[in-house]
Design a protein around this ligand. Sequence first.
Ligand code: GLV
Ligand code: MN
Ligand code: MN
Length: 415
Amino acid sequence: MTTQTLQTTSFLTDFRSMSTFGATPGGGVDRQAATSADGQTRNWFRGLVEGHGFEVRYDQVGNQFALLELVPGAPYIAIGSHLDSQPLGGRFDGAYGVLAGAHAAIRVASLLTSEPQFNIAVINWFNEEGCRFKPSMMGSSVFTGKIPAEQVLATTDPSGTSVREALEAIGTIGDFSLDVAAYLEIHIEQGRSLEDDGLTIGLVESTWGANKYEFVVHGEQAHTGATLIADRQDALLGASALVVAAREVADDYSTDEHMVITSCGEFNVFPNSPVVVASRVNLLVDVRSTDAAVLAAADAELHRRVSLIEQRFNVRISQGASHIWASKAYDAAGLALAASCASALGLPHGVVRTLAGHDSTNMKDIVPTIMLFVPSAEGISHNEREFTSDADMLAGVDLLTEVVSRVVAGEFVQP
Ligand code: GLV
Ligand code: MN
Ligand code: MN
């Protein structure tokens, strides 16, 4: 076998091994943050990279750092993504990027042609998905100083287990810290634009803005049959109206140039019993757009609708935690470097924006960052049927390897 064939085989073999952790009958994975399936995947990853000479460390919120020293004492560039998943999620979201980062680093170390200027850290960020513990992008939010570590460690899941307890239970918490000079991430697109345009690589130029809110609709528990309509304070009715209002805001505020996307992803009814009018509903609503002004207008309308729903349905709606990020550009020089690497490898590429949040959404706010996409079949994601072909995954690893080798040589940032 040639070196290239060996590398190709080993990436795909490793990807298939990784996908067995938390595997679901429908072909996906369920590896919510700091569950035993997440812990098993983290341990498997540790074993894999230690076998290639990396040292593995954990920081105070369970971010996993795989360190490959090329030049003792030199600063680090980081490549990262996440191994956790949504419940019944796909095999590719996040996990592809962590494994691609490790393979790119291994290849760069074995093919070094000039004196490297940087060491490499491959980072598996803790809890990117934000399902068991909220908010999403938790580990990278602490790393970038957006959320205090103590707040994250005290955050509990629905059964009352804290992040600290869950991380201690899977043994992936420490006190390591690292400064990085630049950040690189590769991820599946989770949309359909690359496939529609016949492209293999997306060079991510900017993020959409996103405003995510936890709302609580408060009503009054009552008998569903015996309570007159006029006397009801039905939290479920108010929450349902809010879900519909969110969709109407997307329909009414999208323009030809700037789309608005809204959704309710989580909805919990209390006490959720057959003959009981709900006393409370907790729900999560998010509003996203490419344009800050359009997003602000849609957001204001959503909040106006909240007040109208309170009056119309005789409920009270309070707003809990929010998680907000702005529509913002990635580093232009990084985009140009990635484009030049894709051209050199003959990979069809184009510029895209990311609707979804990623750890790079946080990282780009503190260090020069490059974000790359490979196609998602039919744009399906957060679904067991999520799929990216072997050929596209391998093309992404080739591109990432080329980008990492040029970044390590000092072509993006200076040591
Ligand atoms: C990620 O956290 C997202 O909401 O896109
Ligand atoms: Mn992801
Ligand atoms: Mn995801």
